[in-house]
Design a protein around this ligand. Structure first.
Ligand SMILES: *[C@@H]1O[C@H](CO)[C@@H](O)[C@H](O)[C@H]1NC(C)=O
Ligand SMILES: *[C@@H]1O[C@H](CO)[C@@H](O)[C@H](O)[C@H]1NC(C)=O
Length: 277
């Protein structure tokens, strides 16, 4: 059978497109290392035991919630996406949006004391926060791999990760964005099909919130369509990576750029694309 040159061209474009995903930013994840949350709309992991100071308070468990966030001591699996600050809970959200991995995707997580992972995390954080002396006791890697949104009718999927670590005094979170193809689930007013499938009314929110009025941060582009480009931005000059120290009541940004969110403030715009290397 002879293949139409146009079809061959299209296949090459598709192959090239998937190869251009920013997957190099991700920490290792997946089977057989990791556990998975239940495949469900609004699902979550079971409680992951850990001593973890976040926003000035010590917590003893973490939940990986399917909708793109980590919560502390309480499940936040079924809360409507809303602007920070809001009173209902402490959370760290790499990409808070209405994920439904019954349609597509897996949500992996592992709480690890593996020495190579601890070393990788310590080296990364030392380069972003020069001057600190930090060796994590544990690292939690949570990965949303090719997840769809609620009521999606097409194949758009997102892949992103939160790497949380602590020495039980300091806590750091790293958000890694490999591929973002949608921003909004249909319950937030997003479109379920067509050209703007998975975009619209209330797009995803990336940041952190402690339930009080002062301790929260939002990554620029949050709650706007521009969050689709979070795979190309950074506060540590690594494309698709955002890093914060989160144990104190105010979030601490890295010493790498001046281009960082400040706490207690919704930031708009003001961030630069990081070229792919
Ligand atoms: C998520 O929340 C709902 C209630 O809003 C609950 O019925 C459900 O069991 C929860 N899912 C998990 C995985 O805990
Ligand atoms: C995302 O980035 C591309 C390339 O810079 C730009 O053309 C597009 O307008 C951006 N999208 C949004 C919604 O800001």
């Amino acid at each position: 059978m002879k293949m139409n040159p146009a079809v061959i061209f299209l296949l090459l474009v598709i192959v090239d497109y998937s190869a251009s995903a920013n997957t190099g930013v991700l920490y290792p994840y997946g089977a057989p290392l990791d556990k998975e949350t239940m495949k469900a709309d609004d699902g979550a992991s079971s409680a992951i035991k850990a001593t973890v100071p976040v926003f000035g308070k010590q917590y003893s468990s973490i939940y990986v919630n399917n909708n793109g966030l980590l919560s502390f001591d309480v499940l936040l699996n079924n809360t409507f996406i809303q602007r920070f600050p809001f009173a209902d809970g402490t959370l760290l959200a790499p990409f808070w949006a209405d994920v439904d991995n019954e349609i597509s995707g897996n949500i992996y997580y592992r709480m690890s004391q593996d020495s190579s992972l601890i070393t990788q995390n310590a080296i990364d954080l030392a380069s972003y926060f020069p001057g600190i002396s930090y060796t994590p006791k544990w690292v939690l890697v949570a990965t949303w791999d090719k997840v769809a949104f609620y009521k999606s009718a097409t194949k758009r999927v997102n892949t992103f990760q939160a790497v949380l670590s602590s020495d039980e005094t300091m806590t750091f979170v790293m958000y890694n964005y490999a591929e973002i193809e949608w921003t909004t689930g249909t319950n937030q007013g997003g479109n379920s099909e067509g050209l703007s499938d998975g975009d619209g009314s209330i797009p995803a929110l990336a940041g952190g919130n402690n339930g009080a009025t002062v301790s929260y941060f939002e990554i620029p582009g949050s709650l706007t369509s521009a969050i689709i480009n979070i795979t190309t931005t950074s506060n540590v000059e690594v494309r698709g990576r955002w890093v914060f120290r989160v144990d104190q009541s105010k979030v601490i940004s890295p010493n790498v750029t001046s281009n960082c969110p400040r706490q207690g403030q919704s930031l708009i715009g003001k961030y630069e694309d990081v070229p792919q290397n």
